[in-house]
Design a protein around this ligand. Structure first.
Ligand SMILES: [Zn+2]
Length: 76
């Protein structure tokens, strides 16, 4: 069992998939802060996290945000 606090491999990029138009955009996530809002580059809709998610990457991204990857609870 080697899943611990030192999981060093953090994936900083996530593909955001717009729930409105299906547009996919590869974005680099901020490592120190959660991103709450995102303007879809396809249709321009303003995305917000779903209830219970800390950021748009956790809700719509292919990879959750870095704090979540590290097993932290971001923002709380
Ligand atoms: Zn869109």
């Amino acid at each position: 069992m080697h899943f611990g606090k030192n999981m060093s491999k953090i994936e900083p990029k996530s593909v955001l998939i717009c729930p409105e138009c299906g547009h996919k955009e590869l974005e680099t996530m901020p490592t120190e802060a959660c991103q709450w809002f995102y303007d879809c580059k396809g249709c321009g809709v303003l995305l917000k996290p779903k209830q219970g998610d800390c950021c748009v990457y956790c809700s719509y991204g292919s990879v959750p945000c870095p704090p979540i990857q590290e097993g932290k609870n971001c923002g709380a």
